[in-house]
Design a protein. Structure first.
Length: 71
């Protein structure tokens, strides 16, 4: 597989999840989950749930790809 094909595929996947900003929010959310207290199993479950929805679960910020004023 050519390197450009790999790059294009990765770009498509990032765009599907809401772009680079949503990717950064996901990483931040996973970092927060990893630092919280609890068992590895609980952290894994929380991380699995968090990654299903793109963007951080911050109620003050709109979700990636949504318009202001919409959930």
């Amino acid at each position: 597989m050519k390197l450009s094909n790999i790059f294009n595929r990765a770009k498509r996947e990032v765009d599907k999840r809401g772009g680079v900003d949503a990717l950064k929010e996901d990483a931040s959310e996973l970092h927060r989950i990893a630092k919280q207290k609890g068992s590895m199993g609980d952290k894994a479950k929380a991380a699995g749930e968090a990654i299903k929805d793109p963007g951080a679960a911050d109620p003050d910020k709109p979700k990636a790809g949504s318009k202001p004023g919409q959930p």
